[in-house]
Design a protein around this ligand. Sequence first.
Ligand code: IMP
Length: 180
Amino acid sequence: MNLHQDTCMVLFDQETIAKRVAELGRQITRDYQGKNLLMICTLRGASVFFCDLIRHIDLPLKIDFIATSSYGCSTTTSGEVRMIKDTSESVKGKDVVIVEDIIDSGLTLSFLKKMFEAREAASVKVCTMLDKPEGRKVDFKGDYVGFEVPNAFVVGYGLDYAEKYRNLPDVCVLDPKIYS
Ligand code: IMP
C-alpha cells in the first residue's frame, strides 16, 4: 500500500514547496522587523507547513496553536465553524499571523480573523500554504499565499482526507473514487 496510489496528480512536489516556504519566510522576516510577532498554527492541517515556515523566519517570535473544525469526514464544509482548541496565551497587543493550510470557502479564516481582532490583537494577517479561490462562500483574501489550487480536493503536506494522507510530502489531487 502506497499513499500516492490514491491520488491522481502531483500539484506541487516537495522541492517546489520548500522553495516557496523559504520565500514566504523571508517575506515575513522583512515585514515584521521590530514587531511583537505571534505565529498561530491552525491544527491539524497547517502543522507541517508551520514547522517549516517558522524556521525560515529570522526574527524573535512566539508560537501558539488553535483548532477548528468544519469538515469532519467530508470533502465540503458544513458551513459552521466550531472552535475545538483555543490559544494558550492572550493575543492582546500582539502582531498575529494565522498560519493555515488552505483557504477554501473562507469561513474558517474570516471567523478567526474577526475573533482575534475582537480580542485586541495589534494586527492580524493570514499566511496560507494553498488558496482555492473558486471555493469561496465569503469574500476573503490571504496576506501571504503559497500557491493557488484548482477546485479539487487536495491532500498531502499536512492536508488530510478523513485524517489520512497528511504525511505525503507533495500536495496531490485526491482521486475522486476515494470519496465518491
Ligand atoms: P474553509 O473554511 O472552507 O476556507 O476551509 C478551511 C479548511 O478546510 C482547511 O483548513 C482544511 O482543513 C479544509 N479544506 C478545504 N479544502 C480542502 C482540501 O482540498 N483538502 C483538504 N482539506 C481542505
